[in-house]
Structures are given as C-alpha cells and as structure tokens.
Write a new protein. Structure first.
Length: 117
C-alpha cells in the first residue's frame, strides 16, 4: 500500500527527500539512500543523494534535475520480504510536457524488526 508523501528537492546538491511528515526515530543509510523509520518502525522517509543520476538509472527514464524539481506528487510504498525490505518511491513528473508516473524500486536489507507502513 502506498502512503502519500511530501517532496523536498535540493537542486544545487541534487538531493531528493520524500517523507510522510511523521516523526523520525532512526535512519538507515545504504549507499546513496537514507531510509527514515518512525517510532512504530514504519518507513516515513527516503532521502536520495545524486538523485537525478541514481533515479534515472533505477527507473530507466531521464529524470534530470529540472524534472525532479517539478515533481507533482509522491508516495512511498513498502513490501516486506523475509530478509528484504522493498521500498518503492512513486513520483508524478512531467517529461516532454506529459505527466508520467514513475515507480522506482529501492531494495534494502530487512532490519531485525518488523517494518510496517
């Protein structure tokens, strides 16, 4: 299930932060991603460094800094595996004057605790 999220994008540093607004208890950094968890162990935010390059690579689309700075909507979706936590960033962007829905998968090792959305 996807949870509606807010978006902050730092154009100069190419950092995208998608978050639900819930209080962050802990964070887990994996390469160029930081996943934030709430006190209820829910994923409540994802920060992506070098966002245009990283998200373009993961999505197969050209997500330039200009495209990322004009994201219309975002959501975070979680799927829990036995040993893997699948985090998906869902973005609504405009590419070539067309609204495009992008589902970007991020895979993280599953923490010892049960993560919920």
């Amino acid at each position: 299930m996807a949870k509606k999220a807010k978006i902050d994008y730092d154009y100069e540093n190419d950092v995208l932060y998608i978050y639900t607004g819930d209080k962050v208890k802990d964070s887990l950094q994996i390469e160029e991603f930081v996943v934030d968890f709430s006190t209820e162990n829910k994923v409540v935010g994802v920060e992506v460094m070098n966002a245009s390059q990283r998200l373009s690579s993961l999505s197969g689309l050209k997500l330039s800094k200009t495209v990322l700075s004009s994201v219309k909507d975002a959501a975070i979706s979680i799927q829990q595996g036995k040993e893997i936590l699948y985090v998906f960033i869902l973005l609504t962007v405009v590419i070539n004057k067309e609204k495009t829905y992008v589902r970007i998968p991020l895979v993280t090792p599953s923490p010892a605790i049960e993560i919920t959305v």
